[in-house]
Design a protein around this ligand. Structure first.
Ligand SMILES: [Zn+2]
Ligand SMILES: [Zn+2]
Length: 392
């Protein structure tokens, strides 16, 4: 389709012609492929985006050359867009994920653009394929982005007392990158998982990032708050690189219906969130679809349980529990296997959540400052530091 520079045609629900205008500075007409926009709309839905910013759409030949293109590429034909996709949390979705989904949708040209993996080029070239990673030049890098980027997803496990005594050194050596530990269940402190302390210490000693989860029996939001209190007391003083999760999966809870179940989830999640934790929800593909309100799925990170080779769950999720029958060195019997798609560690430590705290002093010197040196104590995280400040 051809458009005038001044046009503001809503092509699909989330894309307007003006987003594809040439940015050379001259207000000239341009073309945009309908197929391109239709596929971008599909991408928007598949990734559950909050927005997609088109940083470059159509380019006239002069502008294409100015941005170091050939002057005849897909952007000059109106077949291409450079985009940044944002998730429901308002954060950019990794270009690695965008490339994989763009491949599923059938874009013929796909490439990561920047070293930060935030921007993605997609096009609907009529002939041939180009799957690139401009961090590594301009050539085709793969015929399958899942394989190409897959190596970087984190492989994990989740464990409880049912997995017995675990040799965490062997687990680490077997290539496990993270572990989610059951902290306990219900609303009594005595229901702390018997192996929680042991697993926490063992995983930490082996250098495996950990998260935790709490198994719920709550039938009301009030009970869920009590569970949250116990959970918070059990994990107090510990530091988690991965999120902590609420696990609700009892049949009698689901029998309460979606509204009550969602109210129970909100009560627990809100309380733990307010206590400074990066908290999420564990759920099966079906319970997430039928028993979990949309506001919960869009605000909290999801740990999806779906024991299949390829999940068809189409909501967003950060971790996927894909099997309950994994084998890992150092663990007797079957173990739950997980894949993590998000760099939670960076987010959690960056925000000082999950017990990490901000590296800022929380106490100040005594108000009466003497005329000499002063001795001060400051608190960083759970450690305190004492030292002398010299008077200038
Ligand atoms: Zn131009
Ligand atoms: Zn491009």
């Amino acid at each position: 389709m051809k458009y005038q520079y001044s046009d503001s045609v809503q092509i699909t629900p989330h894309f307007n012609s003006c987003e594809f205008r040439c940015k050379c500075g001259k207000e000239h007409e341009f073309s945009v492929s309908d197929e391109l926009v239709q596929k971008l709309e599909q991408l928007y839905a598949t990734l559950n985006c909050s927005k997609i910013i088109v940083t470059s759409g159509f380019r006239c030949s002069a502008h294409d050359k100015a941005v170091k293109g050939s002057g005849t590429g897909q952007h000059t034909l109106g077949n291409a867009a450079d985009i940044c996709c944002y998730g429901q949390d308002g954060q950019p979705i990794s270009s690695k994920v965008v490339c994989c989904k763009a491949q599923d949708i059938g874009f013929n040209g796909i490439a990561n653009i920047t070293a930060a993996y935030q921007y993605t080029h997609v096009d609907v070239r009529p002939n041939g394929k180009w799957y690139g990673d401009e961090v590594h030049g301009n050539s085709t890098v793969t015929d399958d982005f899942y394989k190409y980027f897959g190596g970087e997803d984190m492989k994990g496990i989740d464990v409880s007392v049912h997995n017995g005594n675990i040799d965490w050194g062997k687990v680490k050596a077997d290539g496990i990158d993270f572990a989610i530990l059951r902290a306990g269940y219900g609303r009594l402190a005595s229901q702390k998982d018997e192996k929680f302390e042991q697993n926490y210490a063992g995983a930490k000693a082996a250098g495996i990032p950990v998260g935790a989860y709490w198994y719920s029996y709550a039938m009301t939001p009030e009970e869920a708050e009590l569970e949250a209190d116990v959970f918070l007391s059990v994990i107090k003083g510990k530091q988690f690189e991965m999120p902590v999760y609420f696990d609700l999966e009892e049949k009698k809870q689901f029998d309460l219906g979606k509204e009550q179940v969602s109210a129970i989830m909100r009560a627990f999640l809100k309380k733990v969130e307010n206590a400074g934790y990066f908290v999420g929800l564990y759920g099966s593909a079906s319970s997430l679809t039928t028993h979990t309100a949309d506001d919960i799925k869009s605000w909290y990170t999801i740990w999806l349980a779906h024991w299949v080779d390829q999940t068809n769950y189409n909501g967003a999720y950060g971790i996927w529990q894909h099997s309950e029958k994994g084998k890992v060195d150092g663990i007797n019997g079957n173990v739950d296997m997980d894949i993590c798609y998000k760099d939670f560690q960076t987010i959690i430590k960056g925000k000082g959540l999950n017990g990490w705290g901000k590296a800022e002093p929380t106490s100040t010197p005594a108000p009466d400052v003497p005329d000499t040196d002063v001795t001060v104590t400051i608190q960083i995280g759970k450690d305190s530091y004492k030292g002398t400040l010299k008077k200038e």
